[in-house]
Design a protein around this ligand. Structure first.
Ligand SMILES: Cc1cc2nc3c(=O)[nH]c(=O)nc-3n(C[C@H](O)[C@H](O)[C@H](O)COP(=O)(O)OP(=O)(O)OC[C@H]3O[C@@H](n4cnc5c(N)ncnc54)[C@H](O)[C@@H]3O)c2cc1C
Length: 291
């Protein structure tokens, strides 16, 4: 059996120091719903795990209508969707968190772990990209900010360097008449990985009846989560009528690069990107009208 040294520092400084000391032989641990499975399967074999759940900055949910949201990387899915402010102002993020695994998994699975695991199918990642989330990363060389859409670099890989910790997400304050939505397709009702997921946010000018800002992000249709910037840009300044939404969906399909696998064919996935893009846009727009 491979012995692993477990440490649970209470400060960010101590966690960074430990990770720097152990280098490539260490791995941060949060809820463990990905990492422990990977350890058991022998996919990863660290000599040290550094539990980040006891670090206060990683556990905070700080929301202000003018400053926006600072969401600690170790916040569990259940804490996200049980938070009344987040449900009201970031409903797409809360519905993505609510889709992760089962109740038991949601009480362990963190939003930061969902991103740092680097899965292209992670449910909260498109919701974060749609909201324009920035990731605050701290490591031995200091601090840096990475846009959520630039965080994953390949399946199971991210921009994180050895010793670096994802501390929090910084999410802009919700603009007037803005909202978001997340939908995924799985072959059954729960406990499955997205065949396709789509997260969308829109801001409307109700006087002009136009979309002033939009962001669309896709899951499970490429080696990383995808920010569909062409589809998003297309919507800006336009009335969200059927033709405009259809065109945005087509552009989102063009930006996807799915593969055939046991969960679905590339052709089926492209179809789903179109369907889910339209549906999330309609849901987000409806919510934005009432926001
Ligand atoms: C039964 C089951 C069902 C699941 N269903 C879904 C689902 O429907 N949708 C979905 O998206 N996921 C699903 N998952 C995957 C998993 O629950 C999520 O990816 C979860 O959010 C990971 O968070 P965690 O806190 O458990 O991360 P961990 O397992 O602790 O860590 C995951 C990875 O991120 C790194 N890491 C964690 N936190 C940090 C940090 N702050 N800084 C730097 N690196 C860090 C770790 O080193 C590790 O490599 C499921 C898992 C299981 C077991």
């Amino acid at each position: 059996m491979h012995a692993i040294n477990y440490e649970a520092p209470k400060t960010l400084k101590d966690a960074v120091a430990l990770l720097a000391q152990y280098g490539e032989k260490a791995r941060p641990l949060c809820g463990g719903t990905d990492l422990i499975i990977q350890l058991r399967a022998g996919v990863r074999r660290p000599d040290h795990v550094v539990d980040v759940k006891k670090i206060p900055e990683l556990s905070q949910i700080s929301f202000d209508l003018t400053k926006g949201l600072r969401l600690g990387a170790a916040v569990a899915a259940i804490e996200i969707y049980e938070n009344a402010d987040l449900r009201q102002y970031y409903p797409g993020l809360t519905e993505a968190a609510h889709l992760i695994g089962s109740n038991q998994i949601q009480s362990r699975a963190s939003v930061g772990g969902n991103l740092c695991n680097g899965s292209p199918a992670a449910d909260t990642t498109p919701a974060l990209i749609a909201l324009g989330a920035k990731c605050r990363v701290v490591g031995p060389k200091g601090e840096r900010i990475v846009a959520a859409e630039n965080f994953c670099t390949a399946p199971g890989r991210t921009v994180l360097q050895p010793g670096e910790i994802l501390v929090e997400f910084q999410i802009p304050a919700p603009a007037a008449h803005s909202s978001d939505a997340y939908l995924r397709f799985i072959p059954r009702n729960e406990m499955d990985i997205a065949v396709v997921g789509v997260g969308t946010s829109v801001t409307l000018d109700l006087d002009e009846e136009r979309c002033t800002d939009a962001r669309i992000a896709l899951a499970a249709v490429g080696p990383t989560p995808i920010f569909a910037n062409k589809a998003s840009d297309w919507l800006e300044g336009k009335k969200l009528d059927t033709a405009t939404i259809d065109r945005a969906a087509k552009l989102a399909v063009e930006q996807s690069s799915p593969i055939d696998d046991m969960r679905g064919t590339a052709e089926f996935r492209r179809h789903l990107v179109g369907v889910l893009t339209k549906r999330t846009l309609l849901i987000a727009a409806e919510r934005a009208r009432e926001a």
